[in-house]
Write a protein that binds this ligand. Sequence first.
Ligand code: SPD
Length: 322
Amino acid sequence: MASMPESEAKCHATVVSGWLSESNSYSDKVNKVLYYNNPMWPGEAHSLKVEKILYQGKSDYQEILVFESSTYGKVLALDGIVQLTEKDECAYQEMIAHLPLCSIPSPKTVLVVGGGDGGVLREISRHSSVEIIDICEIDDLVIDVCKKFFPDLSVGFDDPRVRLHVGDAVEFLRNTPEGTYDAVIVDSSDPIGPAQELVEKPFFETIAKALKPGGVLCNQAESLWLHTHLIQDMLSICRQTFKGSVHYAWTSVPTYPSGVIGFILCSTDGPPVNFLSPINPIEKQKGAHGGRREVRFYNSEIHRAAFALPSFAKRELTSSVP
Ligand code: SPD
């Protein structure tokens, strides 16, 4: 960071001496406290070298930072937490979209909660059976910033099937008629700050109601190395709420804490859903490649492998049945 002026290097609480370090600070907007050491991953820090800060701003909900990193391309951080990098975003966006959509025969109506960068929309739009893609994102500044700095992700908003709703997803789902969606994808940030409510039981109950019989949820579900208790709680709520099947899957994302992130997949009562084997394979999607960039990470083998758990996780996550 020799070339970065000291004033610029200090411009964001989490950028210190030219490195963004995820553990440096965390500001709790509700209690108006600036924490040092993020409570989601105490005792460790993952850092990315900052070549140039491209954008910094504050919305009503969070601090937004975009920078050019030395080795992962452009990076989006919210409240100092890495949300995506150009290099590895494919692993997250493709998995969170295709694990659910390739598990049901012909998804038509899909809701994305969060996902203001547009990457999940980009992936959903590969599915030609889909007719409506609703997205409910609370922070319109995230959308605007991503449209400027991450066109390869925000291209997802250009699909005419997309209907954007800026607002609180909890409220949006409360007002959604029962049985509206074939799939709901929750692409949230970590459950501190604005996303706290998204790991609580009432939220999952509204999703279950909003889904059709045999409809599916795919919910961002943190790291099996770091968040056993949180995942156990989420699984336990989902097992009480979703009367079809409930599974945990995971993928590798090098720039997320511990290098992995997981997903909870659930289905409602109705036509049975076997998440473990893709019934609607991406390889057969007509729109999967045509006119857009190739799928980089996801394929049917990765889909099946994502549900294989290490022995410790199998013990910890399958014993949490209520
Ligand atoms: N620890 C960071 C988890 C971020 C999950 N959401 C990422 C948004 C990308 N669309």
